[in-house]
Design a protein around this ligand. Structure first.
Ligand SMILES: [Zn+2]
Length: 482
């Protein structure tokens, strides 16, 4: 595979050193369905347009009266099926500041009004996740047999027999795969933890390839490409978990701050909603780029460039700096200006999560810069990318790491690192990398991919940071390779 980054991104570009982008897609897109609804893969949840999720809320007839059940679940359900439907699909509060979201005392998660609200904000209005919620009461599976395989098969049987829904309406890209399916348990069975062979051990949610696990799952004529299982939706709103799992349904993997295979074995050094825990904040810019929500500013001119960025929290904008001005180098430096607004409200120092003992990242008033080193997957810029399928674990990028202006990992008190650059900070080719993982990175088998190890000197300097006029301004200097 040859590297076609330059052609794919910059065909017809001028000699300008900063390219704001014309709003065109930067990469070939497969599977464009009705009203422009578009997915990364045929069997994944669409990322642009108006996909339709199917959500099954699963109840057990023995739950309410069973004494042992009540012993295991002493609290009554807080959330009804109607509440859970709102957690998924309500857009009632889209005009309210997400920072107003009131959490119950003692609840330190950073949640959002609804899954739909989150993605509408995150995508700058380009993704509107709709769907249907269907409540199914188990007939054969009792709560004591809490394991997913028989439950899922019974849910699908009951739904096929009893529901009048047209399943083809849940395939907005016309690929033959459902846009996305959730199996949501209102309760939680502690015994399930010991039954890892059948039940996914993940406490709150997971995503499973419907074609691999238990054979191809179907609803009528439709195949279920991937589905998510979630628990406790009667006890906790879990909206950030629903969001997190939906991003998986869309085809992107975790990058956990502490243990996130396979993109970064030691974590990316920053918290986002796609961390396995501490799911704070919005999606990072690279994921929004992968979904086609952002046309970044590309900086590749050798010499000095003055850059002004609006907040990624509010506007579809970030900057890509290309090492040595070399557009063929898949190692990108991505600069985001973040403010604690919209989905990033949890980064504000007043957010309730900061009352926990952990030192979660806090954005200063006015915001700051977050800088990532990302190795793009050259396959992403070819039509072949979309011909992969969910389950191949092909990602738009092959490596990701946040950069810090000081070596935060030297401080044992720091649980989650401060990953922001403020006025007075600067990035040079000699800035300490953020996280504590090894510096030896692999080259692809055919030798065509040059990843992080080529960046012992990037040639990039980012200096003179100023936060003013609701923007971040800074100077980028790119030096040619020696
Ligand atoms: Zn995950």
């Amino acid at each position: 595979m040859s590297i076609l980054l330059t052609l794919a991104i910059f065909s017809g570009c001028s000699t300008d050193s900063a390219d704001a982008g014309a709003g065109e897609s930067q990469f070939p897109r497969q599977f464009i369905g009705q009203d422009g609804t578009y997915g990364l893969f045929a069997n994944s949840t669409p990322v642009v347009g108006a996909p339709r999720l199917l959500v099954f809320i699963i109840d057990f007839p023995d739950c309410a009266d069973d004494e042992s059940w009540n012993n295991m679940n002493p609290d009554p359900f807080i959330y009804s099926a109607d509440d859970i439907e709102r957690h998924f699909f309500s857009l009632d509060r889209i005009n309210e500041s997400a920072a107003l979201y009131a959490r119950p005392p003692g609840d330190y998660t950073v949640a959002h009004y609804s899954l739909r609200d989150f993605f509408y904000r995150s995508s700058y209005g380009q993704l509107d996740v709709t769907g249907e919620v269907v409540t199914v009461t188990m007939r054969n599976c009792a709560s004591e047999y809490y394991c997913w395989d028989p439950i899922i098969h019974e849910v699908l049987e009951v739904a096929e027999a009893e529901s009048a829904l047209d399943w083809t309406a849940f395939d907005t890209t016309g690929t033959g795969y459902m846009d996305g399916v959730f199996f949501a348990l209102r309760g939680f069975h502690p015994n399930a933890w010991g039954n890892l062979a059948f039940l996914n051990q993940h406490k709150d949610g997971t995503v499973i390839d419907g074609e691999v696990t238990g054979g191809a799952l179907t609803l009528g004529e439709m195949a279920i490409g991937v589905y998510s299982t979630v628990q406790r939706v009667g006890y906790e709103s879990n909206v950030n978990v629903l969001i997190h799992e939906t991003v998986h349904l869309m085809g992107l993997l975790d990058f956990d701050i502490h243990a996130g295979p396979p993109l970064n074995p030691h974590g990316p050094g920053a918290t986002t909603v796609m961390n396995g825990w501490a799911t704070i904040g919005d999606l990072p810019g690279i994921m929004k780029y992968a979904f086609g929500w952002i046309d970044p500013i590309h900086i590749y001119g050798v010499g000095e460039t003055q850059v002004t960025l609006r907040s990624l929290s509010d506007y579809p904008q970030f900057a890509v700096i290309h090492p040595h001005g070399d557009l063929d180098n898949p190692n990108w430096f991505i600069v985001e200006y973040l403010t604690s607004t919209n989905n990033n409200f949890g980064l504000d120092e007043t957010s309730n999560i900061h009352y926990l003992g952990y030192l979660y990242p806090v954005l200063r008033p006015g915001g700051g810069l977050r800088i990532w080193r990302v190795s793009m997957n050259p396959l992403f810029f070819t039509a072949d990318f979309g011909l992969s399928r969910w389950g191949d674990y092909v990602q738009p990028y092959v490596f990701i790491e946040a950069i810090h202006h000081h070596s935060v990992w030297d401080d044992p008190e720091i649980f989650f690192p401060d990953h922001f650059f403020y006025p007075g900070d600067s990035l040079t080719p000699y800035t300490e990398p953020s996280s504590n993982y090894a510096r030896s990175f692999s080259i692809s088998d055919d030798g065509s991919l040059k990843f992080i190890e080529t960046l012992s000197c990037s040639g990039i300097y980012l200096e003179n940071i100023q936060i003013k006029d609701d923007t971040a301004q800074f100077t980028v200097t790119i030096r040619e390779n020696d």
